[in-house]
Design a protein around this ligand. Structure first.
Ligand SMILES: *[C@@H]1O[C@H](CO)[C@@H](O)[C@H](O)[C@H]1NC(C)=O
Ligand SMILES: *[C@@H]1O[C@H](CO)[C@@H](O)[C@H](O)[C@H]1NC(C)=O
Ligand SMILES: *[C@@H]1O[C@H](CO)[C@@H](O)[C@H](O)[C@H]1NC(C)=O
Ligand SMILES: *[C@@H]1O[C@H](CO)[C@@H](O)[C@H](O)[C@H]1NC(C)=O
Length: 408
């Protein structure tokens, strides 16, 4: 038999041994359950950088959002109902964008990124988002960083074929004539979003929570951009996705688009969805899919599942934009929104999640308790095991020896 553990050789010592072992067990169990709960601590830091990633920008003319649309261009009270669905079919919305904002291409001609014309360093795309309006997104096709103080200079001009302004009134083209639109001049505004270039833009808060910045016409708005760099750890109950190229916004858009199709039984899309299906071809289908996809009530059913299917990314960059001073105010330029969107030199905010009780902390603490209470160490365990093996080997060879003796 192996020698008993040295301190537990005599009866009174057993009491101490049992108490120590019990205490050690409770402590080790406590360490293990703390480790398994995966506690995380967050650290916040700031660094100054002079080379920063180039963001994408989206400018939305809110006067083409659903509610305004039918007031401006179509007389019906029903959203999008009076569009020429019968003649245009699934080309109705592209047709609408053509008639409602002709000249939109010229509207962005005065765009420069790092002093270079935007058209040489990326591309504009246009999409009607029912909640924020007629949106133009510029995606830079370069990974070149930009310097502090550098960025975009953009002038967005409301196309004059559609809008005509005097200081007091705005006129909107309807058919062949201009319609006077009663408006409060302080309300005319352009929404500006600054976002990562490798993620599709969406204004739906359950897909990509971001607040727009509102720029008013007539002046030169200063939009200062700051960057947040976030690193998360993947916990079992709150995993994060570290695959390169993964975008939670893209994943959620697809997930919610699928859910809207399933809920309506219609295999067509609305302009808010960047999927490949054809646009819905009549009002009934279009508005059904629109309700299922763009209203919180419609998307509710899929939210839990989509959040699970599309976890947060482990590494994420977030752009924040704030309106600085606005220079000048030219009362006669009611159709013109000029802005400079640039890094103002604020520090980059770093958010890091770290395990606050990881594997090495577990080994250290549990090992400390076992050593203190039971005298266990890697060496003593190794010694005990090798003694045990040695005594077994001795016994076996002794038995073999006696067997040989019997044979003799
Ligand atoms: C543009 O839309 C806003 C609300 O989104 C509204 O208050 C404003 O009057 C509209 N402007 C025009 C010219 O219709
Ligand atoms: C970026 O895109 C523009 C317009 O699409 C193109 O003219 C230019 O060559 C592209 N530049 C690079 C580096 O790909
Ligand atoms: C849309 O609606 C029409 C009739 O209301 C229907 O025949 C058609 O199959 C629907 N689905 C799509 C995808 O357009
Ligand atoms: C309209 O439908 C046709 C045929 O189904 C399709 O080829 C086309 O791409 C659709 N257009 C749009 C804008 O979805």
């Amino acid at each position: 038999m192996a020698a008993p553990w040295p301190p537990c050789r005599r009866l009174p010592h057993w009491t101490v041994c049992i108490l120590a072992a019990g205490y050690a067990l409770v402590q080790v169990h406590d360490c293990l359950s703390r480790f398994l709960a995966e506690p995380v601590s967050s650290h916040r830091d700031t660094v100054f950088m002079d080379q920063l990633p180039t963001p994408a920008i989206t400018l939305c003319n809110p006067n083409l959002s659903g509610y305004i649309l039918d007031r401006l261009i179509f007389k019906s009270n029903k959203y999008l109902y009076d569009l020429p669905w019968d003649e245009e079919g699934n080309e109705t919305i592209p047709y609408l964008l053509d008639v409602a904002a002709v000249g939109a291409k010229e509207a962005l001609e005065n765009c420069r990124l790092r002093g270079r014309p935007c058209s040489t360093v990326g591309a504009w795309s246009r999409r009607l988002h029912s909640s924020v309006g007629d949106c133009f997104t510029f995606t830079p096709n370069t990974s070149e960083p930009i310097q502090v103080g550098d960025g975009y200079e953009v002038t967005f001009i409301l196309p004059h074929e559609v809008y005509r302004t005097s200081v007091e009134t705005l006129y909107v083209l309807r058919g062949n004539s201009f319609l006077e639109v009663r408006h409060d001049r302080s309300n005319v505004r352009l929404s500006v979003f600054v976002h990562p270039p490798d993620e599709p833009f969406s204004s739906l808060p359950w897909i990509q929570p971001q607040e727009p910045l509102y720029v008013r016409p007539g002046g030169q708005a200063e939009v200062r951009v700051t960057l947040e760099d976030i690193e998360r750890v993947s916990q079992r109950h709150l995993p994060c996705e570290s695959r390169p190229g993964y975008s939670s916004a893209r994943c959620s858009l697809l997930c919610h688009a699928e859910a809207a199709s399933a809920a309506t039984g219609l295999d067509c899309r609305v302009t808010d969805m960047p999927t490949t299906a054809a646009l819905c071809g009549n009002f009934a289908n279009y508005s059904a899919v629109q309700r299922a996809f763009t209203t919180a009530a419609g998307a509710q059913a899929a939210m839990g599942e989509c959040r699970q299917r599309c976890p947060r990314p482990c590494r994420q960059r977030r752009y924040l934009a704030a309106l600085g001073s606005s220079l000048g105010q030219d009362e006669t330029r009611l159709r013109q929104f000029s802005m400079r969107i640039y890094y103002g030199g604020e520090p980059v905010q770093l958010y890091r999640e770290l395990w606050s009780y990881g594997a090495s902390a577990l080994v250290g603490e549990a090992g400390g308790v076992l050593g203190l209470m039971l005298g266990l160490s890697v060496l003593s365990v190794f010694e005990a095991v090798s003694q045990l093996v040695e005594s077994i080997v001795q016994r076996v060879s002794a038995r073999a020896g006696s067997a040989i003796n019997v044979l003799d």
